[in-house]
Every structure is written in C-alpha cells, then in structure tokens.
Write a protein of this length. Structure first.
Length: 235
C-alpha cells in the first residue's frame, strides 16, 4: 500500500483499517463508481476489494474512475454486529460526506454507488438526498426499507443476486430483541421492493466482480448508462 503509484484519498491503519483508494484518473473521469464493501473487509483482506475495483475499472474504460470506499469498520460475517444495522448507521455520516464532497469536486461527472453485502445496508441508510445517478445493491441481506420509494432518492435503484449466493438463505425479517433489532427486512431483488433487477449469473457471494462474470458486465453497463439485461425484461 506504500507504493508511490497507489492513490489514496484517505488511509488509517487503526481498528481494522480505513482506506479510500482511486483506480483510474479521477481528474479526467466523466464516470465515477464508488464501491462500498460488506462485512469482513479490512486491511488484512483488502485484496478482494482492490481486485474487484481494478476489474471494474478495466470494464468501464479509460474515461472512468473507481473508488474503493472502505470508510467504516465492517462487522465480521459471523457476529451479532452483522445481524443488525448498528454499524451501518455508524458508517452513514462518513459516506454521505464523502459523496457530497466528491459531487462538489466533480459536478459534471456521473456518480454511481455500488454496494455489496452489508455495504448495501449502509447505502440504503445513506441514500436519502445523495447526489448519485445509480445505487446498485448486490449480494444484499436486506435493506430495511420496505421499497424503493422509502429510500427517498432520485437515483435509479438496481439490485442483483448470483444464483449461488448464500445470502439468499437469510430470512428477510426484522426481529426486536432485548438488546438489538436483528435482520434487515425487505429483499431488494423481490418484486415488492421495486428495484430494477439485473441479471447476475450463477456466481457466489464474492463473485460479482470476477473476470467474465455477467454481474460485472451488467454493473459496468449500469455505471456507463448502457442497456442492461434485466431479470424478467428484455433489455
């Protein structure tokens, strides 16, 4: 990470680590994708987020930039914290501030927010008023909001899930327990949520940005404003 060729907008090695890294030329980019990762993402496991960011940047082309936003402490996948929105709510102010400053610095750029797994909980909580064109939720355990309208965003909301993603087995419920509310409610790929559901192929929970993945292709198309293959629609 200390390599002079790497471009970090922020870095903090404490408490699991925080990092905001740019892939591509942010100064000239007309299209920007901000990746918000999910649980178990930290500096020790940063390679997965970095690899996906680099592959997405390649798919988007030279006029685009990708920003990996590890701006919050992510919960362990197997933990009580990963079952509730508490840590997501703690991430919301930082994400909102970052997107607001990015939009102010790049007012002509088309910005998309790409949110994986627990990161989709973060994005859904941060969505009201965010100045982005697309919010893409993939591998999501649920987003608490009952439908797209409840997100109170002008962005186009997309959702996708790979056929082999274990997150599909998580019950979409909210349970009030003595010390926390567990679960995330509505599944964003369900018809009642009302998102545009894109074809994500048959991959698993960590395969959305793998080389050759249908999900990677469609996410790149969403970010660049091209026609997207939607589930149940001809597009």
């Amino acid at each position: 990470m200390a390599d002079a060729s790497r471009r970090f907008l922020a870095f903090d090695g404490r408490d699991g680590g925080r990092a905001v890294e740019v892939f591509g030329d942010l100064a000239t980019a007309g299209t920007i994708a901000v990746l918000v990762p999910g649980s178990d993402t930290n500096l020790d496991k940063y390679g997965l987020l970095r690899g996906g960011s680099m592959r997405l940047r390649e798919a988007l082309g030279d006029r685009a930039a990708v920003i990996a936003w590890l701006g919050y402490r992510t919960p362990s996948t197997v933990s009580v914290a990963a079952m509730s929105a508490g840590w997501a709510d703690g991430a919301v102010p930082g994400l909102r501030t970052f997107v607001r400053e990015l939009a102010a610095a790049k007012p002509a750029a088309a910005i998309s927010l790409l949110c994986h797994s627990y990161g989709s909980v973060v994005c859904a909580r941060a969505a009201p008023g965010l100045d982005v064109g697309n919010i893409v939720l993939y591998g999501s355990p649920g987003v608490i909001a009952p439908n797209v309208a409840a997100l109170r965003t002008r962005a186009t909301v997309w959702a996708g899930r790979g056929g082999g993603d274990w997150v599909a087995r998580i019950p979409n419920v909210r349970l009030r327990l003595p010390f926390l509310t567990a679960g995330f409610g509505t599944d964003p790929v369900s018809p009642k949520f009302g998102a545009h559901v894109f074809a994500a192929g048959g991959g698993g929970h960590s395969d959305y940005l793998r080389p050759g993945s249908p999900a990677l292709e469609n996410i790149a198309r969403i970010v660049t404003g091209q026609a997207v293959r939607e589930v149940g629609r001809h597009a």
